[in-house]
Structures are given as structure tokens and as C-alpha cells.
Design a protein around this ligand. Structure first.
Ligand code: MN
Length: 193
């Protein structure tokens, strides 16, 4: 069975003005879709044709890994965003952030730093590793799952994520995601899972 591009969890213009409909038209409608299409081409007629996305990610390297991981990363990223999200969370996730980073501001600063210092394309993550929350950054398609670490939240810092709306200003894009778009309910679900 072929992999499918999952529907966005909101309308294409729902994240505007922070992320424009035009960005989602390209980032979801073209970039994410291309990863799905390339993954389907790569697995057609192979032992991976009926494999789960996760098992391909864990077993594959090279182009097959890159396309499978980018399908997973983007689906995860869309779910990390929501209109009217962002800011400091509440409840169990805030308690864990305070326990493991000292404060929300310290967490925010570390995640921002990871996104800014990821040279070239990649991802900044809040993860749970060995029972503790931590910050991680990965290049290109790489992701925490491949390292046995649980992803809780991600920010896509590939240029295609922000170039239409913010040009070269990656820092502005990271601020906007953290202050206005993070879906903390999704992060809490990932933590509880
Ligand atoms: Mn992307």
C-alpha cells in the first residue's frame, strides 16, 4: 500500500500571518508531497513496499532513509503547530520543563540556540532521552527516533520553512513558532505516550 500525504491538521491559511498560506502551499503541498512521492517510487516492488514508515526509517540509509524520515518529520512538524499556540505551556509539560531546564525561558533559549546553530538544513527538537527532557539538533533528514530518543516537539529550520515569509531571518521564524504556534497539547500527548 502506498504512503499517503496526510491532510494538514488545519486550513492552509490558518497559521497566517505567522506562516503564510503561500509557505504552506510550497512546504506542505510541494516539499512534503515530493518526499511522499519519492518514498513511494523508492519502495515500489521492493521488500519495503508494505513496511511501516518507522521500520523503513530505522533500517534504511541514504536516499530511502532521507525520504522516509522527511515524510515523518514533516507530518510531526505540522502537528507541532496550531493557530493561537505558542508561549509558555501549563501542566505536566511545564513541570517537566522547569525540572529539567530550570525555567521555560532557559528551555526557550536552548531550543532557539539549537535551531540557530544547526548549520545548513535540519531540525531543532525537544526530546525525552533517558527519562529527561533535552534539546537536540539534527542535520538534513536525521531525527531522534534513529538515535533511540523520543521526539516531543520540532522546528523545521530548512530554508524552505521560512524563506518566503522571513527571507534569511531564521531567528525571526523560530521566535514566531515558539511565541505563536507551538501546539503544547500535541507535545503533552507525545510526552504521555
Ligand atoms: Mn521542511
Amino acid at each position: 500500500m502506498a504512503f499517503e500525504l496526510p491532510p494538514l491538521p488545519y486550513a492552509q491559511d490558518a497559521l497566517a500571518p505567522h506562516i503564510s498560506a503561500e509557505t504552506l502551499e510550497y512546504h506542505y503541498g510541494k516539499h512534503h508531497k515530493t518526499y511522499v512521492d519519492n518514498l513511494n517510487k523508492a519502495v515500489a516492488g521492493t521488500d519495503n513496499e508494505n513496511a511501516s514508515l518507522e521500520s523503513i526509517i530505522m533500517s534504511a540509509e541514504g536516499p530511502l532513509f532521507n525520504n522516509a524520515a522527511q515524510v515523518w518529520n514533516h507530518t510531526f512538524f505540522w502537528n507541532c503547530l496550531t493557530p493561537n499556540g505558542g508561549g509558555q505551556p501549563t501542566g505536566a509539560i511545564l513541570d517537566r520543563i522547569n525540572a529539567d531546564f530550570g525555567s521555560y525561558d532557559a528551555f526557550r533559549a536552548q531550543l532557539t540556540e539549537a535551531g540557530l546553530t544547526q548549520f545548513g538544513s535540519g531540525w531543532a527538537w525537544l526530546v525525552e532521552d533517558g527519562g529527561k527532557l533535552a534539546i537536540m539538533k539534527t542535520p538534513n533528514a536525521d531525527l531522534p527516533m534513529k538515535h533511540g530518543v523520543k521526539a516531543l516537539l520540532t522546528i523545521d529550520v530548512w530554508e524552505h520553512a521560512y524563506y518566503i515569509d522571513y527571507r534569511n531571518a531564521r531567528a525571526k521564524f523560530i521566535d514566531v513558532v515558539l511565541d505563536s504556534l507551538v501546539n503544547w497539547d500535541f507535545v503533552a500527548e507525545n510526552l504521555a505516550a
